[in-house]
Design a protein around this ligand. Structure first.
Ligand code: 5GP
Ligand code: ZN
Length: 112
């Protein structure tokens, strides 16, 4: 298995888990860019958001349901931002679909 996030999900590489169910795993980003910075990933290996069509479309709903729960658990009452980088122009560095859940401070209005 040469996918970093598949190895994290399998427990081969340690992570700071914040949430797990049968379809989704979430853990703290190793290089946080906000007071709360959680990565939410599907347990099924999917490369990026461009694959969320057809029988994989449900993964988006699975992720967002988990994100709402995590945001509540993390106390992000002031709001939060969810970002997914898809492909080279977006600087995706790990090619296992992941959503960044960011919160805990006022963020910049611009996103690029
Ligand atoms: P991307 O740039 O692909 O959107 O985001 C990848 C994210 O994964 C980055 O924010 C980076 O800090 C995080 N990351 C990379 N390697 C690890 C790791 O081994 N453990 C954790 N917890 N996060 C990682
Ligand atoms: Zn993977």
């Amino acid at each position: 298995m040469d996918c970093l996030f598949c190895r994290i999900i399998a427990g081969e590489i340690p992570s700071a888990k914040v949430y797990e169910n049968d379809k989704v795993y979430a853990f703290r980003d190793i290089n946080p860019q906000a007071p709360t910075h959680v990565l939410i990933v599907p347990k099924e290996h999917v490369a990026d958001a461009s694959e969320l069509v057809g029988e994989k479309a449900h993964i988006a709903a699975d992720i967002f349901a988990a994100a709402a729960e995590i945001a509540k658990n993390e106390g992000l009452t002031g709001g939060f931002r969810i970002v997914t980088n898809c492909g080279d122009d977006a600087c995706q560095s790990v090619h296992h679909l992941h959503f960044h859940l960011l919160g805990g401070a006022k963020m910049a209005e611009r996103m690029s």
